[in-house]
Design a binder for this molecule. Sequence first.
Ligand code: FEO
Length: 169
Amino acid sequence: MIKENVQAALNQQLNSELYASYYYLSMSAYFHATNLTGFASWMRAQAQEELMHAMKIYDFINDREGEVALTTVAAPKRDWDDSLAAFEDAYRHEKAVTAQIYDLVDLSVEERDHATNTFLQWFVTEQVEEEATASDIVNKLKLVGSDGNGLFLLDRDLGTRNQESDGDE
Ligand code: FEO
């Protein structure tokens, strides 16, 4: 069994991961609307990955004989000034998620919930990658600046993500 407060925190994180999926899907739609289809495809893959994160928590709560409580997912932002602003938001978002995961880890330690603590280590590692990836794209976009050719090449590069990450999970 799982303690009520740990279960509530996991359910909150489940909602947060679902929101992240929604958020990246909204960014994908934004990039589609601006004809940056490679960026759009990258964001769509990211939305799928967030859904996978949510389902990991969903399965864990069920495995611990807990109760999954799905709640309202907030409507995400729909518009950004440009690609850099969108990816800066993504990077900020990932840093906020890392802080949420750390809070959860702290709670699992306080409650001596070793199973939850072990489960959360996957997310701790994943967040290192999530932050690094978002930060890397922000830096590339800063380098590209207003150079249309650079943006075209980066869009093409990010558009290859789906093929590369197939079977990667
Ligand atoms: Fe689920 Fe992007 O962290």
